[in-house]
Design a protein around this ligand. Structure first.
Ligand SMILES: Cc1cc2nc3c(=O)[nH]c(=O)nc-3n(C[C@H](O)[C@H](O)[C@H](O)COP(=O)(O)OP(=O)(O)OC[C@H]3O[C@@H](n4cnc5c(N)ncnc54)[C@H](O)[C@@H]3O)c2cc1C
Length: 396
C-alpha cells in the first residue's frame, strides 16, 4: 500500500504521523518549502476546542507538544471600541475544554518536527496523473533540488496542500469561490500593550472589527476587518494609517484603552500588514473517479470568522486517520470505500461549520448593526450551535 501526502502543513503532518503507525504501508509526505522554513507563517492563530479534543483523542503526545508552545484560549469577549462589553463567554460553557493560541510558525515547527522523518522537503508538485495500469491509482511528478522526480502506482493520494491546492486543481478542476464582501488584515507585533491584551477579544466600531490575543512568547496577534463590495479589490487608500484610524475610532466617544493601543499599533505597523478578502470555496472531500482525498483547506477554504481553518484541518485529519487505520487493521483495503466513508463522516459536519462561519460574519457586513447582532449571539440558538461546533468532533 503506497500513500502519498502532498503538503506538510496542519492536516498533512497530523496524517503523516498517524498513518505511519499503519505498519506495512509506505507513507511519503512531499512538502514544497525547505526544511526549517516556516517563514510563510508570520501571524498567530486561535485553534478551537474541537481541534484540541480531536487531536487529544488520536495523538495526545502531539497535542501536548502544541499545548507546550501555546497559551490557553479560555474566554471570548466582544466589545465596542468605546469599551462597552456586548458578549463575554467562558469557553467552558460551550466546549469540553479550552482552545490554543499560538504563533503559526510555532505550530508548523511542532507539527513538522513531529512528522519527521516522513516529510521530504523542497518538493514542488508539477504534475499528477492516472496510473497507466490502474486508473484509480495516481502518479505524481515533482521537482526537488532542480531535479524531476516521480512516483507511480499510488494507492491513496492525500491532498493537504492548502487553500490554493494544486492537487485539487489538477485532479478535480478549479473550485467555485464566493467572496463575503469583507477585507481582512493580519499583523503580529511584540507585546507593548502593558497587559491590556491577553485572551481572545473582538472590538467593533460599526461593522469594522478588530480582533486580538496574546501568543507565546510575548506577542500580540491583531486582525482587522471592514466591509468592501463583494467583488471589489481592497483599495490602497483603505490600507493607509489615516483610513484605518478612522475605521476603528468611535465617533461619539473616546476609544477604550485597549482600542486606543490597538488602533495606534495597527497604524504604526500598517506597512507590515498582510491583506486578504474573506472567501470560501466549494466543499470536496474526494475526486470523482480516482483515489484522491482532499483534507483541510484543500477540501474547504472557509471564511475565518470562527477561527476554524486550522481547527478543521486537524479535525479532518483526526477523523480520516482514525477511519483509515480502522479499515486497514481489519484488512479492508478498498481505498475507494475508505474515501466514501470519510466523505460520509465529514460532509454534513463541514457544511455546518462553513455555514456557521459565514452566518457568524453577519456583524461584519456592510450596514450591519454589531450591537443587535452580538446581542443575538448571547441567545440560545447561537450558543447551541457553538456547543455543536466545539463538541461534536465526530471520530468513528
Ligand atoms: C494569516 C492567517 C491567519 C489564520 N488564522 C487562523 C486561526 O486563527 N484559526 C484557524 O483555525 N485557522 C486560521 N487560519 C487558517 C489556517 O491557517 C488554515 O486553514 C490551515 O493552515 C489549513 O491547514 P491545511 O493543512 O489545509 O493547509 P496548510 O496549513 O496551508 O498547509 C499546506 C501545506 O502544503 C504545502 N504546499 C502547498 N502547495 C504545495 C505543492 N504544490 N507541493 C508541495 N507542497 C505544497 C504548503 O507549503 C504547506 O506546508 C489562518 C490563515 C491565515 C493565512
Amino acid at each position: 500500500m503506497r500513500i502519498v501526502i502532498v503538503g506538510a502543513g496542519v492536516a498533512g503532518c497530523v496524517m503523516a504521523r498517524r498513518l505511519l503507525r499503519l505498519g506495512g504501508a509506505e507513507v511519503i509526505c512531499l512538502e514544497r518549502v525547505a526544511r526549517g522554513d516556516h517563514s510563510e507563517a508570520g501571524t498567530g492563530l486561535n485553534i478551537g476546542p474541537n481541534a484540541v479534543k480531536a487531536l487529544n483523542a488520536i495523538d495526545p503526545e502531539l497535542a501536548d507538544g502544541i499545548t507546550e508552545n501555546s497559551f490557553i484560549w479560555r474566554n471570548w469577549r466582544i466589545s465596542l471600541t468605546d469599551g462597552t462589553v456586548l458578549f463575554d463567554l467562558p469557553l467552558a460553557e460551550v466546549a469540553d475544554g479550552p482552545g490554543w493560541r499560538i504563533r503559526w510558525s510555532e505550530l508548523y515547527r511542532v507539527l513538522r518536527e513531529a512528522a519527521v522523518p516522513h516529510v521530504q522537503y523542497g518538493c514542488e508538485i508539477t504534475d499528477i496523473g492516472r496510473d497507466a495500469v490502474d486508473p484509480r491509482k495516481t502518479r505524481v511528478t515533482w521537482s526537488q533540488d532542480g531535479k524531476i522526480a516521480h512516483l507511480d502506482s499510488i494507492d491513496l493520494l492525500i491532498a493537504a496542500d492548502g487553500r490554493y491546492s494544486r492537487t485539487r486543481r489538477l485532479v478535480s478542476g478549479e473550485p467555485g469561490t464566493r467572496l463575503a464582501g469583507v477585507a481582512v488584515f493580519r499583523l503580529l507585533v511584540g507585546n507593548t500593550s502593558g497587559g491590556l491584551i491577553d485572551d481572545y477579544e473582538q472590538w467593533f466600531n460599526g461593522p469594522n472589527r478588530l480582533l486580538a490575543f496574546r501568543v507565546p512568547p510575548d506577542h500580540v496577534y491583531i486582525a482587522g476587518t471592514f466591509p468592501i463590495p463583494p467583488e471589489a479589490d481592497i483599495a490602497e487608500d483603505l490600507k493607509a494609517p489615516e483610513a484605518l484610524r478612522k475605521a476603528y475610532t468611535p465617533s461619539a466617544a473616546s476609544p477604550s484603552a485597549q482600542a486606543r493601543w490597538l488602533i495606534d499599533t495597527v497604524c504604526e505597523n500598517s506597512a507590515e500588514t498582510h491583506w486578504a478578502r474573506m472567501q470560501e470555496h466549494d466543499l470536496l472531500y474526494r475526486a470523482n473517479d480516482c483515489n484522491v482525498l482532499y483534507l483541510g483547506d484543500a477540501a474547504h477554504g472557509m471564511v475565518p470568522t470562527l477561527g476554524q481553518g486550522a481547527t478543521q484541518a486537524i479535525e479532518d485529519a483526526a477523523n480520516a486517520a482514525t477511519l483509515i487505520t480502522r479499515h486497514y487493521q481489519h484488512g479492508m483495503l478498498d481505498v475507494g470505500r475508505w474515501l466514501a466513508d470519510i466523505e460520509a463522516l465529514r460532509k454534513d459536519r463541514m457544511r455546518f461549520v462553513m455555514e456557521f462561519s459565514l452566518a457568524a460574519t453577519d456583524t461584519m457586513l456592510a450596514g450591519a448593526d454589531p450591537v443587535e447582532g452580538t446581542r443575538r449571539k448571547n441567545e440560545a440558538p447561537f450558543r447551541n450551535r457553538l456547543k455543536a461546533l466545539y463538541r461534536d468532533v465526530g471520530l468513528p
